[in-house]
Write a protein that binds this ligand. Structure first.
Ligand SMILES: Cc1ncc(C[n+]2csc(CCOP(=O)(O)OP(=O)(O)O)c2C)c(N)n1
Length: 329
């Protein structure tokens, strides 16, 4: 395990994970007020994956996300205030309030978008990886994917294509135990997903997705491989989901104390604290100060989203439909 990231990098990783956690915990409460329209899928519990992956990337690297995308957006540098406004459907949101939770994107940050279509990210990420290969600057395309999406034909095709064209695509697969309300042991035929990705010829690593350092190390190895032009890779992360599939899911399919147990034993923030405080020159006080900053940021994000104007009806179609007629000679 590499603990040789600088103190500054480790503090940044903690801040990112904590920001995702508090963004989601607060959304969970705000959604109950009825002020937020549309479906929301929370990422809480999986923070170490998004952050352990994105700590290796800059805005030139491209990521493609899923319906459970807030964590990937935050880890890739999307503005938290603008994200919250987007989820509230406000004009100031990242997508001018027209996309909401499942369509947050920020091309300037290399975040190509959350996506409501399960499995759609595979082909997009391979396209991104092909563009990276063609410009030869060592960039990569990353596909975040749940274990449910790995059963989609488009994802198989994307993995195969990535191998055939030797593209620097990395599939970051998050096994949180469920696809919607169905346990992975039932919905995924052959739960050994690492074996599956290796079968496509992808260099594959499987590790604990609740452990930031395990994720960070796995990605270091895979990204060295992909950036050097050695072809596509897959990282399979075993992780856990603290909330329901979507907000409002009664979760009757889960054991009574399952989440309580996971919060006790599989919380990536607690694991991170316990590891870095004794050996990395980081104090509990420094981490507590980050916690306070993050809570203030999330308060500000909610206050500003509430105060921002809703997107007016007359603007709804702008940037949505393209007219080609004006380009005709
Ligand atoms: C093509 C398609 N099929 C089905 C759905 C409905 N659906 C939404 S989320 C989901 C489960 C996805 O599970 P997984 O990929 O494991 O991601 P997780 O929700 O666990 O993050 C399904 C089936 C969809 N959105 N798109």
């Amino acid at each position: 395990m590499r603990l040789q990231q600088s103190k500054e990098q480790l503090l940044d990783a903690y801040r990112q994970m904590k920001t995702i956690r508090e963004f989601e915990e607060r959304l969970h409460r705000e959604i109950m007020t009825g002020e937020i329209a549309g479906f929301t899928h929370l990422y809480s519990g999986q923070e170490a994956v998004a952050v352990g992956v994105c700590q290796h990337l800059d805005s030139e690297d491209l990521i493609v996300s899923t319906h459970r995308g807030h964590g990937h957006c935050i880890a890739k540098g999307c503005d938290v205030i603008d994200m919250m406004a987007e989820i509230y459907g406000r004009q100031t949101g990242l997508g001018k309030g027209k996309g909401g939770s499942m369509h947050i994107a920020d091309f300037d940050k290399g975040m190509l978008g959350a996506n409501g279509v399960v499995g759609a990210g595979g082909p997009l990420a391979v396209g991104a990886a092909l563009s990276a290969k063609l410009d030869g600057r060592g960039r990569v395309g990353i596909c975040f994917a749940g274990e449910g999406s790995i059963n989609q034909g488009a994802v198989f095709e994307a993995m195969n294509m990535a191998k055939v064209i030797n593209a620097p695509a990395v599939f970051a697969i998050e096994i949180n135990g469920y696809s919607e309300h169905t346990g992975a042991s039932y919905s995924v035929g052959g739960i050994d997903i690492a074996n599956r990705t290796a079968g496509f010829g992808l260099k594959t690593v499987e590790t604990d997705g609740c452990d930031y350092h395990a994720v960070y190390d796995a990605m270091a190895e895979l990204l060295d491989h992909a950036r050097a032009g050695n072809g596509p890779c897959a990282a399979v992360f075993r992780t856990t989901r603290f909330f329901g599939h979507f907000e409002g899911d009664p979760q009757k399919y889960r054991a009574r104390d399952e989440v309580k147990q996971h919060r006790l034993e599989r919380d990536c923030l607690k694991t991170f604290r316990a590891r870095v405080v004794p050996v990395c020159g980081i104090s509990e006080t420094e981490l507590d100060a980050i916690d306070a900053d993050v809570l203030a940021l999330i308060d500000a994000a909610v206050d500003r989203a509430r105060a921002a104007p809703a997107t007016p009806i007359e603007e709804m179609e702008a940037d949505v439909y393209v007219s080609y007629q004006q380009d005709q000679p």
